[in-house]
Write a new protein. Structure first.
Length: 264
């Protein structure tokens, strides 16, 4: 193995024509064959597991425990064995109480030459005026990742629906351009690495499933790779492109992303 593929997608629950969407998800994920997947707005209850309806059984599937009353939350899937799992409670202010915001951190035991990966499925507050909360939530997730990395070194990936654009404080924090509560980190945005000219919008009015005619934030889904002391990201980013963004393949009110990473 010389590379890995990671995908992220907000699945949009079982809204719309779920049977038709499910078939596209099943077909496309089988064709894309990502090694790691972070999913948001998946439904998992005692009686129903939405992800099992479209992912191959070879994946190890980890669900958020503290989910919405209807079972909606986030899910991580890995082709490789998993170790430790940490679920970070992101209800950090009185406004962040009516949404199951969380970060699901999974230790991925990838084969060499990659080795251990700490993968965070990050899903902060979505409300337009909650950038204050998203700042605090980003810092809380980053602190846990820093602690885990100090205990057990490896690569760090953060992927998900961040509900903020690249110039927001929370994303500028992730990419090393802003300090929150005396904490600074640096992760490489996979899209920006491959497409320095911009683009990458994943939540757009032109999506046939969109219910928002002029949502201000449009590039809101990300794959981030932790940087080392030298050279930038610890895994080189060879490709990053949108998925589920064509008319016959649109399965959600979000488009997804897929990145290909190479050991350096």
């Amino acid at each position: 193995m010389t590379n890995l593929k990671i995908a992220t997608l907000n699945v949009w629950g079982t809204r719309g024509d779920w049977p038709a969407r499910r078939e596209v998800l099943r077909r496309e994920f089988a064709e894309l064959a990502p090694d790691l997947i972070t999913l948001q707005e998946t439904v998992a209850t005692a009686d129903y597991d939405q992800v099992q309806e479209f992912l191959e059984p070879a994946y190890h599937v980890i669900h958020q425990v503290a989910r919405e009353p209807d079972g909606q939350g986030i899910t991580t899937a890995s082709r490789w064995p998993v170790g430790r799992v940490e679920e970070i409670d992101l209800h950090l202010t009185t406004r962040a109480t009516d949404f199951a915001c969380t970060a699901l951190v999974t230790e991925i035991l990838a084969p060499e030459p990659i080795g251990r990966i700490w993968l965070a499925n990050h899903f902060p507050d979505w409300q337009l005026d909650h950038e204050h909360e998203r700042r605090l939530q980003a810092a809380a997730t980053a602190r846990v990742l820093d602690d885990l990395l100090a205990e057990e070194p490896g690569h760090v990936l953060v992927a998900g629906d961040f509900d903020a654009e690249p110039d927001a404080d929370s994303l500028r924090f992730w990419t090393g351009k802003h300090v929150i509560d005396d904490l600074s980190v640096c992760y490489r945005d996979a899209w920006s690495s491959v497409h320095p000219g911009g683009g990458g919008e994943t939540f757009v009015p032109g999506n046939p499933h969109s219910a928002d005619w002029d949502w201000p934030f449009r590039r809101i889904d990300y794959i981030l790779v932790g940087c080392g002391a030298h050279g930038g990201p610890t895994l080189a980013i060879s490709d990053c492109h949108r998925i589920f963004d064509q008319p016959s393949r649109t399965v959600s009110d979000h488009y997804g992303l897929l990145a290909e990473l190479i050991p350096v």
